[in-house]
Design a protein around this ligand. Structure first.
Ligand code: ADP
Length: 586
């Protein structure tokens, strides 16, 4: 998705022109908080600061558009325990989230940051939804013990949804975004406290005087030189990153004495199309796809962590593999449609036909697929120990996408504490400097789990925004609250005020396979639970519809919600059943 530039959403009062000092032609400006980088973390920080009451916040973005790498993220946001998990009967906890993240990161992670991530994760999902986003479907992702990743209800990629939501909110709040404006240097006084940012925009180079800076410049995955400086083994690797991910923040922070952590920890994404660098979201494997090598054989538990899967692919012929799935998997995940449209997926009516097209031995592939269907039926994979096998992969058509690992996420970065303050090389906070998102290190340790980058962006973006505002207020900021605390997630109201009679109701709707019966629980006037009792829908498609539609109904407190793509009739059946049940609750 291309995100258009935000223009004209700033207010004059937010960036005050002051007499120029750097060049006669370009006037310096002044504000309270400069957020460097308008990706996911930066926009989140700016919004949160304003929601906390900050009046003078400005976003500086070097590219002509907002969104950075964030717009490319395909998975979702890991959170626990959430109301959506509860709705689906998923037992999860902060402890388990911490445990999985530490284990996934080879225990290199800063546990205090991981704990902060987990503790604030459920509120982060609510926050995104409250500002107009959609994270209501819970799915399985590599490295997580339970379904924990929260995704849009239409199963599309999370990045475009998140960035559009943040763009809209930034615009609504009137936060100025200076596009095509590159931060060059963070200015500090004799005590090391932040005093301003030197930037170069279309009009030239000037200084934005400020009390606080939130560094949200993202990673350095598109800076091949920096990548190989920290991890020489990655020389020559392709990258999944947008071209602005050049590590500018690392250079700026280093210059003012910031400490760094885990710089050599650079993650490769295991399933990237080698021709056009499209990332096949981990959700494809999570929803049932397998990986086969050019000999037509599986070689790894596909749901292993990214580092393990990447390494396994690199050991196969030509360092590549095929992501393989069937019609049922295709229909379970909207993101797959974009890969098919993009021409990077080969399809055939039979497994042999597919094998021929991708140049793999048909007998081998057939044997692999039959074996896998048997494992799926028995629920046990004696070859590689894959725990979750969603579909038997026996429903024509069959699909394959070539993939190989590419540089994906730079897990190291500036050292922060749980307040998102940037620490100097002695471990003390640099006054007025905060950071969130991929620029920081410590959260992911030696391996980031899918779903933890978006969690990181939203959670530490919010913490950085709040902390920067609090710092400004302590240091004579000009801000005063403009948005009441009621806008905070905890006090958030549903989009539509519900007023049903409390009780438990049943209803029936017509799905694709027959009747769908539901039980609806209303408490304090709101629908709090929808349980699907009986149905004859296709497994998988049904669960998708259930997750998407039920989540939306609870979130919006109305039954006129969007149907889930690929499961329209089932969705409509569920909606009709809930509507019938609620008739009695009016
Ligand atoms: P995160 O996921 O941490 O939010 P993103 O990659 O999504 O990271 O966003 C980082 C943003 O910061 C990108 O839009 C990028 O163009 C921007 N950026 C990077 N360096 C600079 C810089 N020197 N000045 C202004 N913006 C920058």
């Amino acid at each position: 998705m291309v995100v258009g530039p935000i223009t004209g959403c700033g207010t004059e009062s937010a960036v005050n022109e002051t007499p120029g000092t750097s060049t006669p032609a370009v006037q310096d400006k002044s504000t309270d908080i400069v957020v460097i980088g308008a990706g996911g973390a930066g926009m989140t920080a700016a919004i949160q600061a304003v929601q906390d009451g900050a009046k003078n916040v400005v976003l500086v973005e070097k590219m002509p558009i907002t969104g950075g790498n964030s717009v490319r993220s395909t998975g979702g946001l890991n959170a626990a325990p959430t109301k959506y998990q509860e709705r689906d009967g998923i037992k999860d906890s902060i402890e388990l989230f911490v445990e999985d993240t530490m284990k996934g990161g080879h225990n290199l992670n800063d546990e205090s940051l991981v704990r902060t991530l987990a503790e604030n994760s459920a509120a982060a999902v609510d926050w995104v939804n409250d500002i107009g986003g959609d994270l209501s479907v819970v799915g399985m992702f590599g490295g997580a013990s339970v379904k924990r990743i929260h995704r849009p209800s239409d199963t599309s990629a999370v990045g475009p949804m998140l960035v559009t939501t943040l763009n809209n909110k930034v615009e609504e709040l009137g936060i100025p975004v200076l596009l095509n404006t590159k931060a060059e240097e963070i200015l500090v006084d004799a005590n090391g406290a932040v005093t301003g940012v030197k930037v170069t925009g279309e009009e030239g180079t000037y200084t934005i005087k400020t009390k606080a800076v939130v560094l949200a410049t993202g990673g350095f995955g598109a800076n091949a030189e920096m990548v190989t400086k920290y991890k020489p083994a990655l020389a020559g690797f392709a990258t999944t990153n947008h071209k602005g991910a050049t590590g500018d923040g690392i250079v700026m922070a280093e210059k003012i004495g910031a400490g760094f952590v885990d710089m050599e920890q650079i993650q490769t994404h295991p399933t990237v199309n080698p021709t056009d660098q499209t990332i096949y979201t981990e959700g494809v494997r999570g929803n049932g796809a397998i990986l086969v090598n050019k000999e037509g054989k599986r070689f790894i538990n596909e749901l292993e962590t990214r580092d393990v899967v990447s390494e396994a692919i690199l050991k196969q012929t030509e360092g590549q593999a095929y992501l393989l799935f069937d019609q049922e998997v295709r229909e379970s995940l909207k993101a797959i449609e974009s890969y098919i449209k993009g021409g990077i997926i080969v399809e055939a009516d039979t497994i042999e036909g597919l094998a021929e097209q991708i140049g793999v031995d048909p007998a081998n592939l057939k044997e692999t697929m039959e074996k896998y269907a048997g494992y799926q039926a028995s629920g046990s994979d004696p070859d590689f120990g894959r725990a979750s096998m969603e579909f038997p992969l026996t429903q024509s058509k069959y699909y394959a996408g070539l993939c190989a690992p590419a540089v994906h996420h730079t897990m190291g970065g500036v050292k922060i504490n749980t307040e998102a303050q940037v620490l100097n090389t002695d471990g003390n906070p640099i006054p007025g400097l905060f950071a969130g998102g991929e620029i920081t290190g410590g959260v992911h340790g030696g391996n980031r789990l899918g779903g933890n980058a978006v969690a990181d962006i939203v959670i530490f973006g919010r913490i950085a925004g709040s902390a920067a505002h609090a710092y400004v207020m302590e240091n004579g900021g000009t801000t005063e609250p403009t948005i009441q605390a009621a806008a905070k997630p905890a006090e958030a109201k549903p989009e539509v005020e519900a007023n049903y009679k409390d009780g438990t109701y049943t209803g029936v709707g017509q799905g694709k396979g027959g009747e769908i019966k539901v039980e609806v629980v209303v408490k304090d006037g709101e629908v709090i639970k929808v349980t699907l009792k009986d149905h004859a829908e296709t497994p998988g498609i049904f669960e998708n519809a259930e997750e998407g539609v039920v989540g939306e109904i609870i979130r919006k407190q109305i039954t006129e919600v969007d149907a889930v793509g690929g499961a329209t009739m089932t969705s409509e059946g569920i909606k009709a059943a809930v509507a019938q049940a609620l008739e009695a609750a009016k």
